[in-house]
Design a protein around this ligand. Structure first.
Ligand code: NDP
Length: 245
């Protein structure tokens, strides 16, 4: 079984890579920069783990990734669309510039859409394959100081539905995972703020999530435990999604 994990060199993506390796997937890790930990993983998992550079916002990179995977493996069983960025600087929606908006949407939304489109022939070849999209609780939660991020994640929810509807006839299911507050580089700058919110009860489960929490949802999907589900959303968020009164 072969999986591609975009943004697999650190954070949530890296935890997903490790969970998939544990259940005997061969994993192609992609991201813009390299992976410090690749030697350790190769020492443990050998040929089953490969790093291939790909910026999902560049068409040439997406096409090179397709060619590499096609020539090396011929097909894929699982695509995990995890790569994503936060705004370089959090700005109120009344101040965000078109350039900042484009930067983020080009990666998170357009990159995710077109990398999925590019790799679809390799998923279809298998007659049975899975896509997991890592969106966010920001898909439905308004943060006015990073509106472009929220818009990108709401868009990923529609990508989930679109590809679920389009690819079911080809045996490809699509599941979206909405992480809550997860401790990674992305949240490092705002960790104190989030820790206070959690201490004040913003989530029923009273801790920050860890990358492994999300990775375990992905490995469960990868094992086939959700095979009658498509277009489905999993909230991996400590219960943030529960409205309370
Ligand atoms: P990190 O910042 O730790 O990791 C982001 C990953 O995406 C890195 O591997 C990065 O690698 C890769 N990446 C970024 N841009 C590109 C690009 N253009 N092409 C290819 N790879 C790219 O963040 P997290 O691990 O926290 O986030 C992973 C996903 O989870 C993201 O989509 C994020 O939005 C989402 N998420 C995170 C939450 C959190 O609380 N941490 C909550 C909800 C959702 P490189 O820089 O080398 O390209």
């Amino acid at each position: 079984m072969v999986a591609i994990v975009t943004g697999g060199n650190r954070g949530i993506g890296k935890a997903i890579v490790e969970e998939l390796l544990k259940i005997d997937y061969t994993v192609v890790i992609t991201s813009r920069s390299g992976m410090d930990d690749i030697k350790r993983l190769r020492d443990i998992y050998g040929k089953n783990v490969v790093f291939y550079p790909c910026d999902i916002s560049f068409d040439d990179d997406r096409k090179r990734l397709f060619r590499f995977v096609d020539e090396t493996y011929g097909s894929i069983d699982l695509l995990v669309n995890n790569a994503g960025v936060a705004p370089r600087e959090r700005k109120d929606i009344l101040e965000v510039t078109p350039e900042e908006f484009d930067y983020l949407l080009n990666i998170n939304l357009k990159g995710t859409f077109f990398v999925t489109q590019e790799l679809t022939p390799l998923l279809i070849k298998n007659k049975k394959a899975r896509i997991v999209n890592i969106s966010s609780m920001s898909a439905y939660t308004a943060s006015v100081n990073r509106g472009e991020y929220c818009i990108s994640k709401a868009g990923i929810s529609m990508i989930t539905k679109l590809f679920a509807a389009r690819l079911a006839e080809h045996g490809v299911s699509v599941i979206e995972i909405r992480p809550g507050i997860i401790e990674t580089d992305m949240t490092a700058k705002v960790k104190e703020k989030y820790e206070k919110l959690i201490a004040d009860g913003i989530t029923p489960i009273n801790r920050m999530g860890q990358p492994e929490d999300v990775a375990k949802c992905v490995s469960s999907i990868a094992l086939g435990n959700f095979d009658f589900c498509t277009g489905t959303v999993i909230d991996c968020d400590g219960g943030f999604n529960v409205r309370r009164l």
